[in-house]
Design a binder for this molecule. Structure first.
Ligand code: GLN
Length: 448
């Protein structure tokens, strides 16, 4: 803990932690030392974790990096976090992120951007950018993030660490601030696949507080990291040939494909013609869900309330206009639009139908394949400030490779795949069929 606290202090300018629980972490460490001496420690005794500012930790401030939650304190602890605490992890602080997890660069935080530790002029990715940066630069052993459309995998790729998004419903969402409830997952950022497996194993499984969580038994992931070989691996033609893909990212992915062939695995090119519909579907459905989820921040029940209110309606309006940042407001408006009576069928209903097609066709690929591999992001980390309102669509397009797993609810992992010529991290993404985390993790370990 002392080691990490020193590092956190030294790396303060990267703007990774919104708050450090110094005293508490030191005290917990001492208590766990005692347990170790008594032989009563949990399975994760002494593991030091950072948590993204979207996970409830009782008695601690929680803001989703937004001003609208200024002054709010978590009333209970998220199930996933509680299960880790029960196994004696130490939570060292809460981490910066894009406001309400909306973004791919950490620039949408009301606390200012987090810098990429590999190159401080670049973004660390988002929305769990600070959680990835913290692991990369040694401010904690691992972090918990959330992944709705890539928010764990893309920052992992940008910072050179491992990022796991489990199957939707594998881990309880109780105590995770909602962005788009039918997509949201809690994910893990770590150095190794083994750590990700162990953390998943502890967090996953039934929870009386989340009725959507899967009732399936939780395998002992950490003990199942060996593979039966040879494997059947596919890559989607449309991803490798997509327009916006950087040449080095493409080459690194092709190198992996070649490596797998050489190693005797069956590698196959497949096509996925629906790829061009995945992003529009994602952005219509997630903004719709976000607009209803964020309805609750009205100045009455949570955090910030405008001091300027004269009557109830102006109180709502001013609170929300002052409390939410530009990107969040944009998404609320977009979501409200696609859900409005005259556009509901044209956008929302249609996107739901397309979502089902995408999910069915993605899962159908796994009838013949164990895994799909593709880049995590089309480019290495980009410059801070590269995207603004004038090129927002391009910013959204950078999520092209991560949203397919989210729309389909399947697990996916990003692992480091070397660096660009200028030393910037590049990630490789692996997708597997729903609830095949055991195979996915074993394959990731094999490739890492
Ligand atoms: N970049 C995507 C978005 O802005 C994904 C975010 C996420 O997974 N939370 O919606």
């Amino acid at each position: 803990v002392e080691y990490f606290l020193r590092n956190i202090e030294q790396k303060k300018h990267l703007n990774i932690f919104l708050e450090v629980y110094q005293q508490e972490a030191l005290e917990r460490a001492e208590a766990i030392d005692q347990k170790i001496a008594d032989g009563t420690q949990g399975r994760l005794a002494g593991m030091v974790l950072g948590i993204k500012d979207v996970l409830c930790y009782q008695g601690h401030p929680l803001q989703a990096a937004s001003q609208i939650l200024n002054g709010f304190e978590a009333q209970f602890t998220a199930t996933a976090v509680q299960r880790l605490l029960d196994e004696d992890v130490i939570i060292i602080g809460r981490q910066n992120c894009d406001e309400f997890a909306m973004g791919s660069s950490n620039e949408n935080s009301s606390f200012g951007p987090t810098l990429n530790p590999v190159d401080e002029t670049k973004v660390p990715g988002g929305s769990s950018g600070a959680s990835a940066a913290a692991v990369a630069v040694g401010l904690c052993h691992a972090s918990l993030g959330s992944d709705t459309g890539g928010s764990v995998r893309q920052p992992a790729s940008f910072c050179g660490v491992v990022g796991l998004k489990p199957t939707y419903s594998r881990i309880s969402r109780w105590g995770l601030i909602a962005y788009a409830s039918s997509f949201d997952t809690i994910g893990i950022l770590s150095h190794t696949v083994e750590e990700a497996a162990l953390l998943l194993e502890v967090m996953a499984g039934q929870d009386e507080f989340d009725s959507t969580v899967s009732q399936r038994e939780v395998p002992a992931y950490a003990q199942k990291l060996s593979l039966e070989r040879p494997l059947k691996v596919g890559y989607i033609k449309e991803t490798i040939e997509s327009e916006g893909i950087d040449s080095e990212v493409k080459q690194k992915t092709l190198d992996r494909i070649e490596f797998l062939k050489q190693a005797g695995h069956e590698v196959k090119e497949v096509t996925f013609p629906l790829l061009e519909y995945v992003l529009p579907t994602y952005y219509i459905l997630t903004t719709a869900e976000a607009s209803t989820n964020l309805e609750r921040y009205d100045g009455v029940k949570f955090g910030y309330r405008t001091p300027e209110a004269t009557d109830l309606e102006t109180m709502y309006k001013r609170t929300r206009s002052e409390g939410f940042g530009a990107e969040v407001q944009r998404r609320i408006m977009l979501g409200t639009f696609v859900l409005s009576a005259s556009y509901y069928d044209a956008y929302f209903t249609k996107a739901q139908k397309v979502r089902r097609l995408i999910a069915e066709q993605t899962k159908a690929l796994f009838k013949e394949l164990d895994f799909l591999i593709l880049p995590t992001a089309p480019t290495p980390p980009f410059e801070i400030g590269k995207y603004g309102e004038e090129n927002l669509i391009e910013y959204y397009l950078a999520d092209l490779f991560t949203v397919q797993a989210s729309v389909s609810g399947i697990p996916a992992i990003s692992i480091p795949n070397g660096t660009s010529e200028t030393g910037l991290p590049i990630g490789l993404q692996i997708m597997a069929n729903a609830f095949n985390e055991d195979k996915l993790l074993a394959f990731a370990k094999y490739l890492l």
